[in-house]
Write a protein that binds this ligand. Structure first.
Ligand SMILES: Cc1cc2nc3c(=O)[nH]c(=O)nc-3n(C[C@H](O)[C@H](O)[C@H](O)COP(=O)(O)OP(=O)(O)OC[C@H]3O[C@@H](n4cnc5c(N)ncnc54)[C@H](O)[C@@H]3O)c2cc1C
Ligand SMILES: C=Cc1c2[nH]c(c1C)Cc1[nH]c(c(CCC(=O)O)c1C)Cc1[nH]c(c(C)c1CCC(=O)O)Cc1[nH]c(c(C)c1C=C)C2
Length: 527
């Protein structure tokens, strides 16, 4: 029997919202809503928060099964870190600009500035010249019928190949794409995966000219913005965080998820709760108490139900498809969505005695281009975990986190641990001189680690829009839109929270809204 949300109980609340999933995006949405005075309930299948964010700790080793670092490119992320008072907990990897790419079987340092391109062994003299001459040599894509649509089928390889040539795609772009999505540059859409690059070409033609001009413009704008920030502490944070790159938190990425969960907290967080159905009744006042969420709690097969004004979905699409969705008593099938391709991935964390690693490299890690498979490599890349975060390894041990699978080796991602260990050891032996067996090993297989923003991904995004239009009060905020990064998931969650707030405001919550916002919420401007 559905438990009706009695308006009397909403007296001090702007409304009631269900958030499905307690990953980065769901927690951020819930945090945003709760801070604004909304009664929020987060349903999470697992007995833990964080979703893909999963940090573990044992005998002096701290390791990640999911993301190892995140970036602060979105204002929502900055505001969350400040608001959660996590600045002190932020941990920046040591020498993070030292990154390597394999060429001809050997690690070569990735150029970290334009001058370093001249001396890198990653590229031939011809490719280096082509980079510097890109403003004059880049080729426009031949015009196509129905152009604006067909351009959205343009792959990253095709797009960057036209600007910089094939060697740059093979030895810079391909490893970058593998190291940020597990995919390959021929299969992903530049429009959806790198919207900033796409926009640069649209505005400036040349990416080099566009990069320089837009960089200057952004710096000017940022300076003007910084000058407007009165608070000295905020000014310091705003300028320092832009230059310091990717980061984690003391104790690992889970520190972020836990901090969010603590604030959302208590009854608002329903762990061990699998949402199995969503039913909307669009009669009466739209967006008022007309969503019924059905869920199973604590492994029980007894269905429970609760009513809400709106629902924010953050589950991966393949799990969204498992939900029974109803509209006005009729089944609402999600069969108009196109298929989403996911990259499978195995993550192997291996710790070795220090004297078993003969040529340890300092820095962030190493990526293996697809072409180097011809030289016998099978891994996608390895993070130098104990070099990045020395306090996360037991004394006298060196720790590596190796990624295996992705689009180039889907079957291998699912191989048994012994086989994966053999593959990882073979590559690490050649790249960093590992000799012998690890003292400890952790493994996680992600069957669907990353959704792929494929060529023609617009049709998936259009389907999401259609669903949101046809089911008012239902919003999607997961990583299938807007980017895979943790920061993008947080931003998407905050933005969905804001959208729901506007909806609630527009549908009768005005008086209550004024009450809820009476207290100053200055630093919550974004999230
Ligand atoms: C191996 C790996 C490495 C990564 N490395 C990085 C990195 O270094 N930097 C970076 O920025 N990003 C990285 N990412 C990507 C990033 O972690 C994710 O894109 C992001 O965390 C996704 O957050 P989300 O909230 O959208 O989804 P998720 O984290 O997937 O959360 C969705 C939640 O919904 C829950 N759920 C699903 N179905 C239901 C249901 N029916 N009822 C209730 N709950 C449900 C799930 O249990 C899950 O907790 C990595 C990802 C992986 C897998
Ligand atoms: C080798 C495979 C992978 C490694 N990490 C990931 C994979 C698939 C997952 C991943 N890493 C990052 C992201 C966020 C992407 C984004 O859109 O920002 C994801 C999904 C962060 C990241 N990792 C690398 C880069 C260049 C970035 C972007 C942020 C930054 O510059 O720090 C490179 C990289 N990834 C891996 C290694 C070993 C490596 C470089 C040496 C592992």
């Amino acid at each position: 029997m559905a438990e009706t949300t009695d308006p009397k109980h909403r007296k001090h609340s702007l409304g009631s919202v269900a958030v499905v999933g307690a990953g980065a995006s769901g927690l951020a949405a819930a945090y945003r809503l709760k801070a604004a005075g909304v009664a929020v309930t987060v349903f999470e299948t697992q007995n833990a928060v964080g979703g893909k964010i999963q940090s573990f700790s044992q005998n002096g080793l701290i390791w990640e099964k999911g993301p190892n670092t995140m970036a602060e490119n979105d204002p929502e992320v900055s505001f969350l870190i400040d608001d959660l008072q996590l600045r002190e907990q932020q941990q920046f990897p040591v020498l993070q600009n030292k990154r390597y790419i394999v060429r001809n079987g050997r690690p070569e340092m990735l150029p970290s500035n334009p001058l370093a391109i001249l001396s890198t062994k990653l590229l031939s003299a011809q490719s280096k010249a082509r980079i510097f001459l890109e403003p004059f040599l880049w080729k426009r894509k031949p015009a196509q019928p129905n152009d604006s649509k067909s351009l959205r089928f343009c792959s990253v390889a095709n797009f960057l190949g036209r600007h910089f040539g094939h060697e740059v795609v093979d030895y810079l772009v391909d490893p970058f794409v593998a190291g940020t999505s597990g995919a390959d540059p021929d299969s992903i859409s530049v429009h959806h995966s790198f919207p900033d690059l796409w926009a640069l070409e649209e505005s400036y033609g040349s990416l080099i000219v566009g990069g320089i001009k837009s960089g200057i413009k952004k710096k000017k704008e940022a300076k003007q913005k910084d000058n407007k920030i009165q608070d000295e502490r905020m000014q310091l944070a705003a300028s320092s965080k832009r230059s310091r790159g990717s980061f984690s938190f003391r104790g690992g990425m889970q520190t972020l998820a836990k901090a969010l969960a603590e604030k959302v907290g208590g009854e608002s967080l329903q762990l061990n709760s699998v949402v199995i159905g969503l039913a909307s009744n669009q009669q009466g006042n739209p967006l008022r108490n007309n969503w019924t969420v059905s869920y199973l709690k604590g492994g029980s097969s007894k269905k429970e139900q609760k009513n809400f004004d709106a629902v924010i979905l953050t589950t991966p699409f393949h799990e969204m498809q498992q939900l029974g969705v109803m509209k006005d008593g009729q089944k609402y099938p999600l069969d108009y969505f196109p298929e989403v391709v996911y990259q499978p991935m195995s993550v192997l964390v291996m710790a070795f005695e220090t004297d078993r690693v003969k040529q340890a490299l300092e820095g962030f890690g190493i990526l293996v281009p697809r072409k180097e498979q011809a030289n016998g490599f099978q891994t996608l890349g390895t993070l130098f975990s104990s070099s990045m975060f020395p306090d996360r390894a037991p004394a006298g041990q060196v720790v590596f986190t190796t990624f295996i699978g992705g689009s180039r080796n889907r079957a291998l991602a699912a191989a048994p641990l012994e086989e994966l260990q053999e593959v990882a050891l073979k590559d690490l032996q050649r790249l960093v001189g590992v000799d012998g067996s690890p003292v400890s090993i952790k493994h996680l297989y992600w069957e669907r680690a990353f959704p792929q923003y494929s060529l023609g991904y617009s049709s998936f995004l259009d389907s999401l829009k259609k669903m949101e239009m046809e089911l008012p009060g239902l919003l999607y905020a997961g990583n299938h839109r807007g980017g895979l990064a943790v920061g993008k998931a947080l931003a998407a969650g905050c933005q969905a929270g804001d959208q729901v707030l506007s909806m609630l405001e527009a549908t009768g919550g005005d008086k209550i809204f004024t009450m809820a916002m009476a207290e100053p919420q200055a630093s919550l401007a974004f999230c």
